[in-house]
Design a binder for this molecule. Structure first.
Ligand code: ATP
Length: 324
C-alpha cells in the first residue's frame, strides 16, 4: 500500500480532526503518500481529493467538526457513482482508503472494497456509541460532557423556578448517551429506546419527587424512545401532573459540536494511528476499535451486523435509586 486516502462521512463528531491528523502523519512517517477526500464519498465522486502533508493537519487536533467536511452522498449507493469514485482513486494510484464514520459509512466502504479490491479500514466516528467492536466511538465522550454541561445549566433555572424539564438528547436507536447523561446529571427519570417506561410509571416517579420536596425535576428523553419527542411527552404528562411548571429543551446539534475532550483526542489519535498501521500491513475490510483499552480489529461485516449496546438494566435501576 503506497497511497492512502482518508475521508469523514455521515454525521460529524468531535475528535475526527485528531483522527485525521493521526492518519495523515502516521502515513507520512511511514513514507506513504497521503490524500484527504473532501465531503465524504461525495468528494470521491467529484474528484475533490487533495494530497496532504504533515503541515496540512497542523493546529486541528483541538477542533470540533471535520476539516475534510462530511456529507450524505446518495450517488455513492449507485453502481455508477462507485465506478466514478474508483476511477478517481485509480488515477492517483490510491490503493488504501480509510473511512471515519458510522454504520452507513461502513456499509458503503464494505461494498466498495468488495467490488474493487481496494484495501479499506473503518474508524468508528459517531456520538451515538452504537457500533459493535469498540467500547467507545469517536465523539461520544465529548457529547456526554456537552450534554451534562447543558443540563447543569438547565438545572439552575429549573431549581430556581420549581420547574419540570424534559430534555431531549440524541442517540438514534441507542439509549447509551441518554442513560449516561441521566446518571451524570442526576436526572429524575430517563426514557430510552430499549426499555419501555410507561407514562404512569414516569408520573409516579415525579409525584414521589414532590412528596420528598424536590424543587425541580429533569427527565431525559432519548430521541429514539417509543413515546415520541420531548414536546409530545411533556404534553401528555402535563395533563396528569400539574405540580410543576413544565418546560422542554431539545438540545439538538449543539451535542455534535465543540472542542473534543481529552478522551476523544486520545481515542482519535490511537484509532488513526492504528488504522494506518493496519492498512500498511495489508489488512482490509476491518474496523479499528478500542476494547478493554486495547486496539482491536473487527471485520466490517461483524461491526455492521452485531449489536453493540445492550442496555444495562442495573444502571437504569441505579438512576432510579439515586434520584429519590
Ligand atoms: P451517522 O451514524 O453519524 O449517521 P453514518 O455513517 O451512519 O453516520 P449515513 O448517512 O448513514 O451516516 O451514511 C454515510 C454515507 O455512507 C451515505 O451518505 C452514503 O454516501 C454512504 N452509504 C450508506 N449506505 C450505503 C450503501 N448501502 N452503499 C453505498 N454507500 C452507502
Amino acid at each position: 500500500i503506497r497511497n492512502i486516502a482518508v475521508l469523514t462521512s455521515g454525521g460529524d463528531a468531535p475528535g475526527m480532526n485528531a483522527c485525521i491528523r493521526a492518519v495523515v502523519r502516521t502515513g507520512i512517517y511511514h513514507g506513504r503518500n497521503m490524500f484527504g477526500v473532501m465531503q465524504g464519498y461525495q468528494g470521491l465522486i467529484d474528484n475533490n481529493i487533495n494530497e496532504m502533508t504533515a503541515r496540512s493537519v497542523s493546529n486541528i487536533l483541538h477542533m470540533g467538526g471535520t476539516v475534510l467536511k462530511t456529507a450524505r452522498c446518495l450517488a455513492f449507493k449507485e453502481d455508477a457513482g462507485m465506478e466514478i469514485a474508483f476511477k478517481n482513486l485509480q488515477d492517483r494510484h490510491i490503493d488504501g482508503l480509510i473511512v471515519i464514520g458510522g454504520d452507513g459509512t461502513f456499509t458503503g466502504a464494505k461494498r466498495f472494497g468488495e467490488k474493487y479490491g481496494i484495501n479499506v479500514i473503518g474508524i468508528p466516528g459517531t456520538i451515538d456509541n452504537d457500533l459493535y467492536g469498540s467500547d467507545f466511538t469517536l465523539g461520544y465522550d465529548t457529547a456526554v460532557n456537552t450534554i451534562i454541561d447543558a443540563i447543569d445549566k438547565i438545572r439552575d433555572t429549573a431549581d430556581s423556578h420549581d420547574r419540570l424539564f424534559f430534555i431531549e438528547v440524541m442517540g438514534r436507536d441507542s439509549g447509551c448517551l441518554a442513560l449516561r447523561t441521566a446518571i451524570a446529571s442526576g436526572a429524575e427519570a430517563v426514557l430510552l429506546p430499549e426499555k419501555e417506561t410507561s407514562l404512569k410509571q414516569l408520573i409516579t416517579k415525579l409525584k414521589s419527587g414532590v412528596t420528598t420536596k424536590k424543587s425541580s425535576s429533569i427527565v431525559i428523553v432519548s430521541e429514539g424512545n417509543k413515546y415520541g419527542g420531548a414536546y409530545d411527552i411533556a404534553k401528555s404528562v402535563k395533563r396528569k401532573f400539574t405540580h410543576y411548571d413544565t418546560k422542554v429543551t431539545i438540545l439538538g446539534h449543539l451535542q455534535r459540536g465543540g472542542s473534543p475532550s481529552g478522551f476523544d483526542r486520545i481515542l482519535g489519535s490511537r484509532l488513526g494511528y492504528a488504522a494506518v498501521n493496519a492498512i500498511i500491513k495489508g489488512e482490509s475490510m476491518q474496523m479499528v476499535g478500542l476494547r478493554g483499552n486495547e486496539i482491536k480489529l473487527t471485520s466490517l461485516e461483524e461491526a455492521l451486523h452485531a449489536h453493540n449496546y445492550k442496555l444495562e438494566d442495573d444502571l437504569l435501576e441505579m438512576t432510579h435509586v439515586l434520584s429519590i
